[in-house]
Each structure stands twice: as structure tokens, then as C-alpha cells.
Design a binder for this molecule. Structure first.
Ligand code: GLN
Length: 537
């Protein structure tokens, strides 16, 4: 039977619960155990799919087409295990399932309540879809003390009671602030946070203390005493220079050792930290710097393009260069500003996006990349804008646009009518926005002798998608005659998946999101190739 590890957070949010869970998962996996990492989000959205990146950072997409919290990206990148739909749940999803069931009369006349119905649904999520896993690590979003988290905390308390302490473990991650003025490390917020948790019936077994500075023995003793945790289970996590050092740092602090000891287990094999040492060194010690412009609406928000930032770093690792991301707000761009703002960049990337704001700025940047022969990668919306740019400036279709934001345009980009998923036809819609896009893994066939085929070294690829609109193929021949090649198509030849330019050293647009599949230990070929082209530019 699987063992369950619950990770809660206290004092403030954004302490790195996701990274801690992902690092622990790596350490356990590396010692021969099967792991699974899951996330429970207390907000009322059914999934983050309709949320703005300003609210929630990036929306991560799984192979099986779930729109999830970005922490699942960390889990995948650290464990190299693909997450599934069944690895992320929100309060909204739980309530929506329960209300549907209630409307069908399936509760047989009972009053539907938080306890037991909501908590039962949470417990079903925790233990659902488990096969050979030795460890299931469940991260609970939010901070202890939030009203919204209460049903989750109650559910994990019940769960632990049901499976027993031998099969469950609670980890609490808190902040241990350092006060510069008095040159002191303060343990009080941690004490209060654990007190709050204990008032809900949860006694943490391990406390991870996030701190700017190493925590002296006296303060550790204090945390141990007040939080009722053995001192060996007070684990510190001091800020690391790169996130790739996190597994090494947790190993040095013996987090995995304490977890295995708790469950009375021994490592099945020796932990391998070599890849992380290599990657951290590679990231920290690069001499040559390459400027890559990333042009979007949310560039100033740290987490809005999380997987993309990571994938670019991975591409830098393969090419032995450090990537300097030049983040440019698309609203601020116009044909004149493009020249000054993009003067010193070696590659231009336009990420996925939605809506009209900033589109003209993106189009001017694409035009510049095309004319100046600067390596260009357009992802999803970025590819759609590249097709519009080509239609306007080369095919001279002045009104070329997307029906997503201009109903009167010449619809070079339009709503996808239907697509094939596992032999079934799915109808496109823009009426209900949640969960209705073309989501998850789809195949693309690559054209023989194209640049993309050389990059992937394959005739067929599978990549993750998240889009509602699509390049219109009615005038495909006109594009091809003028040098824009549709070098990747869906297997039924209906949906363009990849475009590239014949007379350009490296100009590629992809309808999918390659960034979701890039892993530090296995960088994505498209990003490696893009950075290589930028390096040679
Ligand atoms: N808004 C575009 C669409 O729905 C692109 C989506 C994206 O970039 N993920 O097709």
C-alpha cells in the first residue's frame, strides 16, 4: 500500500511548497521508490484554465489535457514523470461534482454537507488512480489559517486517521524570518503556524523552515520544543542560487532520510545528485550570455511563463550559454520601438496568449525578426501572429487577422470547428470557455526535409496543446508559394501544427506548447535548436 505525505504551508504563501514537494519526490525516486505528486487547490475555480496569469501564474497542461496549477510543472521537471488529470483538484471541481450528483438525486435524500461529502470527495482524490506508487506526495495549496483550506486540512486529518500514522506523514513548511535591525532569526511565526495546524488536529511530523540564513542550533531547539517535533525533523531550507540546487540542499538537510526513517524504510539504491550538481554548475558558471527577447502581455509577472523560462534555461544548458531574458511588454511595441528594443537580442520568442491587447506590438516584432533574419520562435498565439504578419506583409492581405479579436477581419486565424480526439469528433466552441479548448497531447506529422524534421529527427511528434483558434488552410498554397511552409500538420491533414520560413535561418511557429515537455535532465530539442541558432546569430 502507498504511503501518503501531506505538505502544508504556513505564515505566508509562495514559500516553495511545490519545489520542496518536487525535490523530495526526486530524492525518493532516485532511491528506488515509485512516487506520485499531487496538488489540491482551495480556490473556487474548477481549474485555473479561465484565470488570468496575473492571478495565478502560468496554466500548466498535462498530456491528458488537464489545465492545472503550475506546481505540476515543477513536479514533472524534477521527477521526469508526466502528471495526469487525476493529480490536481480544486474546491470548485469538488463542489461542481457534488452539486451535479445532488441534482441527480444520488445522495438519496440526505443533507449534503462539507463533512462528510466534501471531505469524502477529497479523500477519494487522494487515493484515486494509484497503482504501484510507494509514495503519494500531496501538496495543499494556500496557507494554514485560510478559510478555504479548512475542508482539505480536515480531509487529510481524517485520511491519516484512517490509514494510520505508519502510512501517513505531515510536513509543514513555514517561514523563519531574519530581522536585520536586531540581527535575529525569529521562530514565533512558525510556532503560531504549527499551533494553528494542531488546533485542526494535525501534528506535523517534519517542519521545513524557509529562511534567508542558516538557523542556529538554539533556534532549531526552540522550534522543536514549541512545535513538538524531534530536532532531527526540523529541516531548514535556505534560499538557493538556482532552483536546481534544491534537491541537493534538501538531501544535505536529510529531508529524504528523515522521511524514510519515519516509514521505517531504507534506500533501495544510492541517491544520484550528479545531474543536479552538473545542471546547477552549468547554470551558475556560464560565461557567454545570449539575449533572448520574450514578448508578451504578462512578461513582468515572474510566474506567468514559468515553463517557458525553464525551457529556455534548459536550451542554454545544452548550448553552454547563459540565457538573459529580455522581457518586453507587447503593448509597448510598435514598428519604431522594435528597432531600439530588439537591437541587442539574438533570438525573439512570442509565447502563447489570448485576446487583442498587444497583438500589433507582437506583429511588429515578428516582422522585424523575419526581415532581419533573427531566430524566431512563435508558440501557439505566437505562431498565429506570425501567420497574420506574413499574410499582411507578404501576401498583401491587409485585413488579415484572427476572429478571436476582430470579427470583421479576413480570418487567417479562426475558431477550430472540430477536431479528432482518439477517433471521436470534438466540436469547437467559444461559448463556454472553461475546459473547452483543444487540450493535451496531439500528434503532428512532420514534412520530409523540413527544418522541424531535422530538429526532432522524427516523422511524427506528440506535443501538448491549449488552443481554440487555428490557422485557416484555405489559402495554404499561397503561403507556401511565397515561402511560408506548413511543415507540420495534424494526421488528418486538417490542422496546421507548424510553420517555418524557407528563406530564413531559423523561423518556426508551433501551434502547441513545447515548453511543457522540456525537462532540465532532458532539454526539449526545439529550445536547444532555437538557442543554438541564437548563439550562432
Ligand atoms: N488564443 C489562441 C487560441 O485560443 C492561442 C492560445 C494560446 O496561445 N495558448 O487559439
Amino acid at each position: 500500500m502507498a504511503r501518503y505525505i501531506f505538505v502544508t504551508g504556513g505564515v505566508v504563501s509562495s514559500l516553495g511548497k511545490g519545489l520542496s514537494s518536487a525535490s523530495l519526490a526526486y530524492l525518493l525516486k532516485s532511491q528506488g521508490y515509485n512516487v506520485r505528486v499531487r496538488k489540491m487547490d482551495p480556490y473556487l475555480n474548477v481549474d485555473p484554465g479561465t484565470m488570468s496569469p496575473f492571478q495565478h501564474g502560468e496554466v500548466f497542461v498535462t498530456d491528458d489535457g488537464a489545465e492545472t496549477d503550475l506546481d505540476l510543472g515543477h513536479y514533472e521537471r524534477f521527477t521526469n514523470i508526466s502528471s495526469k488529470k487525476s493529480d490536481n483538484i480544486t474546491t470548485g471541481k469538488i463542489y461542481s461534482d457534488i452539486i451535479k450528483k445532488e441534482r441527480k438525486g444520488l445522495y438519496l435524500g440526505k443533507t449534503v454537507q462539507v463533512i462528510p461529502h466534501v471531505t469524502d470527495r477529497i479523500k477519494d482524490f487522494i487515493k484515486g488512480d494509484i497503482n504501484k506508487e510507494d509514495f503519494v506526495i500531496c501538496e495543499i495549496g494556500g496557507t494554514v489559517g485560510d478559510i478555504e483550506s479548512l475542508p482539505f486540512l480536515e480531509a487529510i486529518r481524517q485520511f491519516s486517521n484512517e490509514v494510520g500514522k505508519k502510512k501517513s506523514l505531515f510536513i509543514h513548511l513555514t517561514l523563519v524570518p531574519f530581522l536585520k535591525s536586531s540581527d535575529e532569526i525569529k521562530t514565533k511565526p512558525t510556532q503560531h503556524s504549527v499551533k494553528e495546524l494542531r488546533s485542526l488536529g494535525i501534528q506535523p511530523d517534519i517542519v521545513i523552515c524557509r529562511s534567508q540564513k542558516s538557523i542556529p542550533l538554539d533556534q532549531r531547539k526552540k522550534i522543536s520544543l514549541f512545535c513538538n517535533v524531534p530536532i532531527s525533523n526540523v529541516i531548514e531550507t535556505v534560499d538557493v542560487k538556482t532552483i536546481y540546487e534544491a534537491p541537493i540542499s534538501f538531501y544535505n538537510e536529510k529531508l529524504d532520510k528523515q522521511v524514510l526513517k519515519y516509514f521505517k524504510l531504507k534506500p533501495k539504491k544510492k541517491v544520484n545528485l550528479q545531474p543536479w550538481k552538473k545542471i546547477s554548475n552549468a547554470v551558475l558558471n556560464k560565461k557567454r550570455i545570449i539575449n533572448i527577447a520574450i514578448i508578451g502581455k504578462y512578461v513582468n509577472l515572474k510566474d506567468a511563463y514559468k515553463s517557458l523560462d525553464e525551457a529556455l534555461i534548459h536550451g542554454g544548458i545544452t548550448n553552454n550559454v547563459k540565457i538573459n531574458l529580455v522581457r518586453i511588454e507587447s503593448d509597448k511595441l510598435n514598428p519604431k520601438k522594435v528597432i531600439t528594443l530588439l537591437k541587442n537580442v539574438s533570438g525573439i520568442l512570442i509565447p502563447g496568449g489570448f485576446g487583442k491587447r498587444g497583438t500589433e506590438g507582437k506583429i511588429s516584432a515578428i516582422s522585424y525578426a523575419r526581415r532581419k533574419k533573427i531566430p524566431f520562435l512563435g508558440i501557439c498565439f505566437g505562431m498565429q501572429m506570425a501567420v497574420i504578419e506574413f499574410a499582411r506583409n507578404i501576401l498583401k492581405i491587409n485585413k488579415a487577422g484572427s476572429t478571436e479579436f476582430d470579427k470583421k477581419c479576413f480570418p487567417i486565424i479562426g475558431l477550430i470547428n472540430e477536431w479528432n480526439k482518439d477517433g471521436k469528433l470534438i466540436k469547437g466552441t467559444n461559448k463556454d470557455l472553461g475546459g473547452t479548448m483543444r487540450l493535451g497531447l496531439y500528434e503532428a506529422k512532420l514534412r520530409h526535409n523540413s527544418l522541424i524534421q531535422k530538429i526532432y529527427r522524427s516523422k511524427s511528434i506528440h506535443e501538448r496543446h491549449r488552443h481554440r483558434y487555428e490557422v485557416n488552410t484555405i489559402i495554404k498554397d499561397k503561403f507556401e508559394k511565397k515561402g511560408m511552409i506548413f511543415s507540420g500538420m495534424s494526421p488528418d491533414n486538417k490542422l496546421p501544427e507548424i510553420i517555418e520560413l524557407k528563406d530564413h535561418p531559423w523561423f518556426i511557429g508551433v501551434q502547441f506548447h513545447p515548453e511543457f515537455k522540456s525537462r532540465p535532465l532532458n532539454p526539449h530539442p526545439l529550445f536547444s535548436s532555437f538557442i543554438k541558432a541564437a548563439k550562432n546569430n
